[in-house]
Design a protein around this ligand. Sequence first.
Ligand SMILES: NC(=O)c1ccc[n+]([C@@H]2O[C@H](COP(=O)([O-])OP(=O)(O)OC[C@H]3O[C@@H](n4cnc5c(N)ncnc54)[C@H](OP(=O)(O)O)[C@@H]3O)[C@@H](O)[C@H]2O)c1
Length: 312
Amino acid sequence: MPANILIIGATGVIGTPITAQVVSAKSSFGRIAILTSKNTVSSKAEVIKSLKEKGVEVLLGDLEVEADVKKAYENIDTVVSCVGRGAIEKQIQLIKWASETPNVKHFFPSEYGTDIEHNPSSVNEKPHQLKLKVRAYAKTIPKDKLHLTYLVTGPYSDLYMGKTGKEEIGTFDVKAKRAVLLGDGNGPVSFTAMADVGKLIVACIQQPSASEDKILIVNSFTATPNEILAEFEKQTNAKWEVSYTSLEKLKEVEKQAWEAGAPYATHATLRRIWTEGGTLYSKPRDNGLVGEPPMESLADQVRQVIAAQTRS
Ligand SMILES: NC(=O)c1ccc[n+]([C@@H]2O[C@H](COP(=O)([O-])OP(=O)(O)OC[C@H]3O[C@@H](n4cnc5c(N)ncnc54)[C@H](OP(=O)(O)O)[C@@H]3O)[C@@H](O)[C@H]2O)c1
């Protein structure tokens, strides 16, 4: 039976490429629907129009209202949640309602990031708290009521290799040919390109028995900041101006950011975790479990970042 899929948070940062990949594989699926708000339908009218033109059903509702969500769950077997950080905890209700809806069999909570159970100190990391709460709740749901799959992707290479508002937490500025690298630049980081997150979700839905009840640790490639810089220099055919934010300095910036309530505090913590080796896993990546879909390379990602920054 082809999967009938509901995507929640479909127009967000990662919801957009996930939805695009699901739509591009639509011949292998049944229905593709999104649950979104009235506000999004008016503020992102062009995006919604384009999704409808591609055959996506647009269901309106409030993800905090049980009747709206249960209506959206009608005849759906797979729910992919891509909600943003402001709605992570609200997934507890979304999972509860899914477990009460017999036709919903498989739920992907919004993770798509850092391994939140990486080591004993992970439990204390501020950005992980709500995702940990969701996992703890989900453990109470019997598997015969609902299967859950978490996709641990590490940082999105597209964003890591972009410009940041706060250069000290790392940046790659193509026009200025300037980079700020984290740590000593030699620490490997495991990345997933945003389009590849979508491809991996598609692969998980197509092979439910390989992905159900699992935390899948996936990636596109692993690279050090120095290797990323070398690829930018090669593709721009220029020597870049480089500085480094040591791990010690990054920790200071992180502490100050939280004390000041700065908007980049979460990013500073995540970048510190990645720089400390928090994306290096004790087991091989799980891409093979879902058929090893083709992934982007470091060179592909750098090419795309150069194109995007040159256009802007
Ligand atoms: N690995 C990485 O580098 C990385 C980077 C960024 C994010 N992430 C992770 O990816 C997941 C999705 O994050 P995102 O940045 O893609 O999300 P986002 O763009 O901020 O939001 C995604 C969607 O969530 C829905 N939403 C509804 N109520 C919300 C609320 N109160 N607060 C926030 N969102 C709400 C909205 O959907 P509608 O518009 O349809 O209503 C929104 O478009 C999160 O788990 C996040 O931690 C990982």
